[in-house]
Design a binder for this molecule. Structure first.
Ligand SMILES: Cc1cc2nc3c(=O)[nH]c(=O)nc-3n(C[C@H](O)[C@H](O)[C@H](O)COP(=O)(O)O)c2cc1C
Length: 154
């Protein structure tokens, strides 16, 4: 069984809706369990113990939300313990800017995680297209986690 963590922040519920769709996508893959956590209720141990992770944030001033950034700041010291984990990102914004997504994807690269699918940018209230894209994102993440778990260790 591989463990996928969907870590997100949301104030008005849009990113939370996307996070739940990402989780739904992971559940289409066998032998996967998923937990969905708002970042202020998560700890760096959740990051260490999962096999793969999805990061979701609203766009705040063309960047991720402060609480997401704070989580990454706290995780700096455990960076070596998460290297190589499959990861994806998704964002919700009032506009169509992908700047918040880029900020999350920069973290994926700073932490030497493995980006396994293109991220999702949702504008305004999430629509069916956004929810479908998030489900696909979750499915791709779960499949990558299974593949990594099954790969021979060196
Ligand atoms: C403090 C703050 C700053 C924001 N800055 C931006 C921004 O720079 N660009 C943008 O498109 N939307 C911006 N928004 C709008 C939110 O990203 C948008 O409403 C988002 O869908 C909220 O997600 P949530 O429902 O998960 O909280 C901002 C909202 C807040 C509260």
């Amino acid at each position: 069984m591989v463990e996928v963590l969907v870590l997100y922040y949301s104030r008005t519920g849009r990113t939370e809706t996307l996070a739940n769709s990402v989780a739904e996508g992971t559940r289409t893959v066998e032998d996967v369990s998923v937990s969905v956590k708002r970042v202020d209720y998560a700890t760096v141990n959740d990051f260490i113990s999962c096999d793969a992770v999805a990061f979701g944030s609203p766009n705040y001033f063309s960047y991720m939300a402060g609480l997401m950034k704070d989580f990454f700041d706290k995780a700096l010291s455990i960076r070596e313990r998460v290297t190589g984990k499959p990861a994806v990102a998704f964002t919700s914004g009032g506009g169509s800017s992908n700047s918040a997504l880029l900020s999350l994807e920069n973290m994926i690269s700073s932490f030497k995680l493995q980006k396994v699918a293109e991220g999702v940018v949702s504008q305004g209230e999430p629509n069916e297209k956004d929810l479908t894209a998030c489900k696909k994102l979750g499915e791709a993440l779960a499949k990558a986690a299974i593949k990594r778990a099954e790969a021979p260790k060196d």
